[in-house]
Design a protein. Structure first.
Length: 459
């Protein structure tokens, strides 16, 4: 059946159009203020003739409810930041196709599929969310000792049925602005669990994303992400064309508990507060590339952590951290090749940081491999360098490293700091690497003695 086209220029005309029968294409021609939320019936679309002029604002409560086979495009939607500007309603077994395109939004865009609905195809192409507070919503993934706050854009399969599936393509997403982050996560995509209620994410591309959870320091059981690919998500390509920044405690910048084939950050990845991590992986990533620098500021704010799962090939331009306990790279599970084109630098000593839901003290090492961690190949184009007291720059602490190629030097500038500690005899010895430590110690090996001094070459 062909959709009926209806132009509306007032609240009365909008409500009359929504009350009609059959598929219809509603065209907004001016700004309208709604005193309540509205629902698009199945097969109904809502578009604007001019996004800057066609502003749909909601004075009380949520905004636009979606049912099935809906399209919203070319308008500005304004709701209170702590409400849902656009959201899915429960009930239909198959929601068909939902399309959101060329939208400017204040408030959350919440696409959640719950029990009773088993299929949804979602396409987002062009979405900017200026302000949002998503912290109050109770549907939150739980694993590794933490809960995750929803995001300004939330795509969530909350149906635990093994056959329930969301298929999504999310393009041209931007969230918040520099120094004006949304509250909660930025972009949040999650399934119900690792094996049920899955999300097939074909592609996710973003511009700038700025977010903060506003968590008090010391919180150990809640985290957020600038871009968070949670469990139950199988992603083909994730790509960022703008800066991704987080501004709060426990705010991961890029995080995954799911599966990503290819992940690329073209611009800077930055965290400004304690226990933020540039990129943290608990899932399976085939290839990750950060073409610009990864920078963290704050106590225990690390550059890259591999805590579970694996990454087969990961490449950074550079990593630099500022803060006690702020490790450059830490690996606790087997991974493939880690390449750092320029180098890793840390500015900090020993400090508290969040590890799997527990705050604990760690030294701000440049490169650390813990028990259970295996790095097949580690390549650095420049230096590994630390500036804090009582830290080790290159620390193999029970894990193993295969091939090593460090073209620069391993430097420890802080008082009482070591350049190299190798506590596993199975790791490949360092060769052709100059190491210098402030206290004169260049290399330690488990069960052995200090073997040399400044200017040492490890053979």
């Amino acid at each position: 059946m062909e959709s009926q086209r209806i132009a509306v220029a007032s609240l009365g005309e909008l409500m009359a159009a929504l009350a009609g029968n059959g598929p219809r294409a509603i065209e907004l021609t001016t700004a309208i203020a709604c005193p309540h939320s509205i629902t698009l019936p199945p097969g109904c679309s809502l578009a604007g003739t001019d996004k800057d002029r066609c502003i749909l604002s909601f004075c009380n409560g949520d905004g636009i409810g979606l049912t099935a086979d809906n399209r919203v495009s070319g308008i500005t939607v304004v709701a209170a930041p702590a409400t849902r500007a656009i959201y899915t309603q429960a009930g239909l077994p198959d929601m068909g196709s939902i399309v959101l395109a060329d939208l400017a939004v204040t408030g959350q865009v919440s696409i959640i599929m719950r029990t009773g609905t088993s299929a949804l195809s979602l396409v987002v192409d062009g979405l900017h969310i200026a302000a949002c507070d998503s912290r109050r919503y109770s549907e939150q993934p739980q694993k590794y000792g933490v809960n995750v706050y929803q995001g300004a854009l939330t795509v969530y399969n909350f149906n635990g049925d093994a056959n329930a599936r969301i298929k999504a393509s999310l393009n041209n997403i931007s969230i918040g602005a520099r120094n004006a982050p949304v509250l909660g996560s930025g972009v949040f995509v999650s399934g119900f669990g690792d094996q049920s209620g899955l999300v097939d994410l074909e592609v996710l591309t973003t511009g700038e994303v700025h977010s903060t959870g506003m968590l008090p320091y010391g919180t150990a059981d809640i985290i957020t992400g600038g871009v968070f690919v949670v469990y139950g998500v199988n992603a083909g390509r994730v790509e960022h064309f703008g800066e991704i920044a987080t501004y709060g405690v426990n705010d991961m910048v890029l995080d995954t508990w799911g599966t990503v084939k290819r992940w690329i950050a073209h611009e800077r990845v930055v965290s400004y507060r304690p226990s933020g991590i540039g990129f943290v992986n608990f899932g399976t990533v085939d290839e990750f590339t950060a073409e610009a620098e990864v920078v963290t500021y704050g106590l225990g704010a690390r550059g890259f952590n591999q805590y579970d799962g694996t990454v087969r090939n990961i490449r950074f331009k550079s990593i630099e951290t500022f803060g006690d306990g702020s490790i450059g790279i830490q690996v606790s599970k087997p991974v493939g090749t880690i390449t750092v084109d320029q180098g890793i630098t840390t500015h900090g000593s020993i400090g508290n940081t969040l590890v799997k839901g527990v705050n604990m003290p760690l030294p701000a090492e440049a490169f650390s491999v813990k028990p259970g961690g295996i790095v097949e190949r580690f390549v650095v184009g420049g230096n590994l360098e630390t500036h804090g007291a009582k830290v080790t720059t290159y620390a193999i602490e029970g894990g193993k490293v295969g091939a090593v190629d460090i073209k620069g030097e391993i430097l420890a500038h802080g008082a009482g700091s070591d350049a190299i500690l190798v506590a596993d005899q199975g790791s490949t010895p360092l060769t052709r690497v100059r190491a210098h430590a402030a206290n004169g110690v260049a290399l330690r090996e488990a069960g052995g003695e200090v073997t040399d001094r400044t200017g040492f070459v490890a053979d």
